[in-house]
Design a protein around this ligand. Structure first.
Ligand code: NAP
Ligand code: ZN
Ligand code: ZN
Length: 349
């Protein structure tokens, strides 16, 4: 099998993506080679490709929402066979030894999880990692997920990042039937957050910049949908929300959102704006509120999320695009013009 494959690469910071050949690494004994079928476009790809989070490694092959079929396995691979339907998310390796790794929290590995792209595989041979906007990827089997049969590979792809990133905090903050959850931003993460919170029995309010996607939000199961451009929203919902899932990629007036929390309520930051944010401490102390953050989820929890999604009929709502449309899709994500996740059909590479 040829190690030379086609990918969409960002040649240098801020440059347009272009098709180019890359070399996959040689399979190590526990490596799996996956023929990629679909790759979701996460806003994090854009933050990194355009340098918004600071220095990055170029050339970059973005993409950490990967689904495909196992094409080749190393000599010691035990969990997968050629032909299996699989996925890869945001991480591809970790130390396996620290407390967090031992507890299944590889995303918080003490010496740093290896990211699927824009990273070096420190626990392997130190090679640069390349992501999912490509025909294939080679990954250690411990970081490969199984896609349940009832989930199509295209709608499953976004679950590998948007899915686990929203599922994990909903579980960690113990969202239960009857609780009031608000999701800020109805984009890639936000729309999956709505579906998961609804499946967990919560009453879900969407807080979006406008009412333009209200019909969709209610169809996804939200019981309330409010525009944050309308000040009345913050008066009507003051003190009413138990958990706020904030998926917004840009800075927000945090005080206004904290004022929506009930006593002991929590606002969880998932969105990763490119600049620092500030808020007033009184917003927390007045109702014993918490402001917190969360990053993706561990491998075991990611499998649990995929199985939960299959059991509850949760998939992403996608717009499938050809590889050559990626630059345009990135611009549309930045403009909040996405319904609700772009997914690249890698057969078009
Ligand atoms: P996305 O599809 O662009 O969704 C973000 C949504 O935020 C938009 O659809 C929009 O929703 C809202 N928004 C955008 N700009 C805004 C502004 N200036 N003011 C208010 N609302 C605004 O992005 P995504 O892929 O879901 O990612 C969202 C963020 O999460 C990104 O920063 C990404 O890097 C981060 N992320 C974090 C993790 C993690 O592990 N913590 C994982 C994945 C992604 P409305 O149109 O409904 O207002
Ligand atoms: Zn992501
Ligand atoms: Zn570790």
């Amino acid at each position: 099998m040829s190690r030379t494959i086609k990918a969409m690469i960002v040649p240098e910071q801020g440059a347009l993506l272009a098709p180019q050949n890359i070399e996959l690494r040689e399979l190590k004994p526990r490596d799996v080679r996956i023929d990629i079928k679909f790759a979701g476009i996460c806003h994090s790809d854009i933050h990194q490709g355009r340098g918004g989070w600071g220095e990055a490694i170029f050339p970059m092959v973005p993409g950490h929402e990967i689904t495909g079929i196992v094409a080749e396995i190393g000599s010691e691979v035990a969990k997968f066979e050629v032909g299996d339907r699989v996925g890869v998310g945001v991480g591809v390796n970790s130390c396996r030894e620290c407390d967090n790794c031992q507890r299944g929290l590889e995303q918080y590995c003490a010496t740093g999880m290896v990211m699927t792209y824009n990273d070096l595989d420190r626990y392997g041979g130190g090679e640069p990692t390349y992501g999912g906007y490509a025909q294939a990827v080679v990954v250690n089997e411990d970081f490969v997920l199984r896609i349940p049969d009832s989930l199509e590979l295209d709608v499953a792809a976004p679950l590998l990042c948007a899915g686990i990133t929203t599922y994990s905090p909903l579980r960690h903050w113990n969202v239960q039937p009857g609780m009031n959850v608000a999701v800020v931003g109805l984009g890639g993460l936000g729309h999956v957050a709505v579906k998961f919170a609804v499946a967990m029995g919560a009453n879900v309010t969407v807080l979006s910049q406008s009412l333009s996607k209200q019909v969709d939000g209610l169809r996804m199961g939200a019981s309330d949908y409010r525009a944050t451009s309308d000040r009345q929203t913050f008066t009507d919902l003051a003190g009413a929300i138990d958990v706020i899932i904030n998926t917004v990629s840009a800075p927000l007036n945090i005080n206004r959102y904290l004022s929506l929390l009930a006593t002991n309520g929590t606002m969880v930051y998932l969105g990763l704006p490119e600049t620092d944010v500030t808020f007033n401490i009184f917003s927390l102390t007045s109702n014993r509120r918490s402001l917190s953050g969360s990053t993706i989820g561990g491998i075991e929890e990611t499998q649990e999320m995929l199985d939960f999604a299959a059991a509850n009929g949760v998939g992403a709502e996608i717009e499938t695009i050809a590889a050559e449309q990626v630059n345009e899709a990135w611009d549309r994500v930045v403009a909040s013009d996405v319904r609700y996740r772009f997914v690249i059909d890698t057969a078009t590479l």
